[in-house]
Ligand binder design. Sequence first.
Ligand SMILES: [Mn+2]
Length: 306
Amino acid sequence: MILVTSYQDPDLDGTACSVAEAEFLVRQGEEAVAGLFGKLHREAQTVIRTFNFEWPLNAMEVIDQVDEIVLTDVSDLRGLAPQIDPQKVTVVIDHRKEYNPDDFPNADLQIELVGSAATLVTEHFMNEGIVPGKTAAYLLAGAIVSNTVNFQNKVTTSRDRLAYEWLQGQVEIPSDFVQTLFESKSTFTHENLFDEIEHDAAWFPFGQEKIGIAQLEIVRAQEFLDEFGSQLTGILEKLHKQQKVDRGFLSIIDIDRGVDVFVCPDASLQDVLTRALGISWKGDRATTSGIMMRKEIVPILRKIFD
Ligand SMILES: [Mn+2]
């Protein structure tokens, strides 16, 4: 049996790709199942709840019966569930620049720099002329809109637009679909703030150092900063201690204004970010001139550190 999965605690892209690629394989006569490790990102949870879809299988229930693994929206070992045997990985479908081809010695890699891994999976259906079921189609459409920040960010390609349009032509997608998606990521409480930031936090090795980059993609970012701004430094400190990260920052993607607001308490890292992106700081905050996703920021930072 083939398990189609993603990294632990997958976001909407990883969830969508796993569910849809498993369906694609089954429709082609393979014995495949989508199974996910950990807790789904709340955006993925919201789409599933809003449209009353079936919850994807917990991968732990099937991992013992799996001969082959297809990885989606991930191409390195970091973040994978420890139960995944890299030797069993036969296919890797991802859209990130940073990966190590040696991590999965038996895998065919499809790594293409489009906005969303869901675009690559959608293209599998398009190329074979197979119409995905409603669940897969909605998840794929949601993932494309989410990853490209509604086709606004720089990683967006014409392939993402084409894939989304194709899905729209196959299944009826409600008119408030996009708004529902972004609203679902933008509601915080004082109780869940740390967990939500932690959930979207990643770190990257730069030489001997580990730099943390937490990311939120939200509407009404100014309201968020007014309500929670004073807590963010403390949250970052706690997070960095927990992740054994040397220093880091939070990038708040402001979907309404089409910019990022960085929160960075560390002055030396502020300097690095200024050199990398030409931004200027007011206290521990700076605003970019357009939306920059974490996966775009990392390679630029790398040039400064190297
Ligand atoms: Mn992705």
